[in-house]
Design a protein around this ligand. Structure first.
Ligand SMILES: NC(=O)c1ccc[n+]([C@@H]2O[C@H](COP(=O)([O-])OP(=O)(O)OC[C@H]3O[C@@H](n4cnc5c(N)ncnc54)[C@H](OP(=O)(O)O)[C@@H]3O)[C@@H](O)[C@H]2O)c1
Length: 323
């Protein structure tokens, strides 16, 4: 099969089409003939050699795919050959075929395209695991989402609309702020003024923060969170280390938490898949919550997709198409 090989860690030019064997299946896995694969910021970090991969995962890039099941191993009960599925992979998505534990696969609802389906797993699993399972956001709560025009941020805004949250989101340009407002949230241009001051001019605080910036924003997050607020850290684009005053944590009973999806077990990923199937898949089938696609690239043009993400000009998801 054809797949994208990274000859070494480096810039987008280290990626090239290569030929290799179709993955063999372990018990409980199924083989997907990939039609489309999502591109995510962790792929960029992995390509640069900055993402510590858990042991035993497929080192080929690609955390999410959509396609057709072409083989199933022993122990697979929920899918059959011929099913249209999308899947959270354990690596290996930038390829014509990908082997995935069946619990990490979901049937593609009628009316959802392969491109749209490939843009769902990584962001929907991440937002669900962090905002629903960890932060337990309730309808009517106020949520601050950083990077509102990113793949993760736009997904959080879509789920916020569906589940009745009051969302505020940051972005670094007026165009991205308009994108956020179109998704029903209040936009804060973090390059125009400090986001915490803008937020506190609009509201007296938020209940939850979804944070991909990390250390650089920690002190401001402790300021804008309400009593019993929850800060969920999923990225560290602004560094990992910070000196803070811990008093607000005690006085407001704050919870500071975070997670990475890739480090979770297959069982935990299957639980996230089950919850999404029950609670969000009906909305997708009804045409709501569909991921916003910024652009599509042929597999052989993967370097252009990575360059677009690194340029920071995209809004929504980037997808590689193989068929
Ligand atoms: N923990 C997990 O399980 C997990 C899983 C997937 C992704 N992630 C993380 O989630 C983040 C988003 O991933 P993605 O694939 O959606 O990438 P993406 O589309 O490239 O998004 C990156 C976003 O970060 C925003 N940003 C950068 N610096 C900022 C700052 N100082 N203040 C506010 N926003 C800032 C950018 O906003 P502007 O463009 O407006 O500047 C952009 O929207 C990444 O950090 C990624 O590593 C974590």
């Amino acid at each position: 099969m054809r797949y994208i090989n990274c000859a070494s860690a480096g810039d987008a030019n280290v990626m090239a089409l290569a030929e290799g064997p179709v993955p063999s299946l372990q018990a409980g896995e199924l083989l997907i003939r990939v039609h489309a694969a999502g591109v995510n910021r962790p792929d960029i970090l992995q390509r640069r050699g900055l993402y510590p991969m858990p042991a035993g995962v497929n080192p080929v890039l690609g955390l999410e795919v959509a396609g057709e099941v072409v083989a199933v191993a022993d122990g697979v009960m929920n899918h059959r050959v011929g099913d249209r599925v999308c899947a959270l992979t354990n690596g290996g998505g930038y390829a014509e075929y990908c082997a995935v534990p069946s619990g990490q696969c979901l049937s593609i609802p009628a009316g959802v395209s392969m491109t749209q389906a490939a843009a769902i797993p990584e962001a929907f699993f991440t937002v669900w695991a962090n905002l629903l399972q960890l932060a337990r956001v309730q309808p009517g709560e106020r949520v601050l989402i950083h990077g509102g025009s990113s793949g993760i941020g736009s997904t959080a805004l879509l789920l916020g609309q569906e589940l009745g949250w009051h969302c505020y989101a940051t972005a670094g340009s007026d165009e991205k702020c308009q994108f956020i407002e179109d998704l029903g949230a209040s936009a804060l241009n973090y390059r125009a003024a400090d986001f915490d001051q803008q937020l506190l001019a609009l509201t007296d605080g938020v209940d939850v923060v979804l944070d991909m910036v990390g250390a650089a924003y920690l002190e401001q997050h402790l300021k804008v969170l309400n009593d019993d607020g929850r800060l969920v850290i999923i990225g560290a684009m602004g560094g990992v280390s910070s000196m803070i005053n811990i008093m607000p944590i005690m006085l407001k009973r704050l919870t500071l938490t975070g997670s990475t999806l890739r480090a979770r077990s297959s069982q935990q990923k299957a639980i996230i898949a089950d919850e999404l199937r029950q609670q969000i898949w009906p909305a997708l089938a009804a045409g709501r919550c569909l991921p916003i696609i910024d652009s599509e690239f042929a597999l052989a043009d993967v370097a252009s997709a990575h360059r677009r993400m690194e340029s920071g000009t995209h809004m929504g998801k980037l997808v590689l198409t193989l068929r």
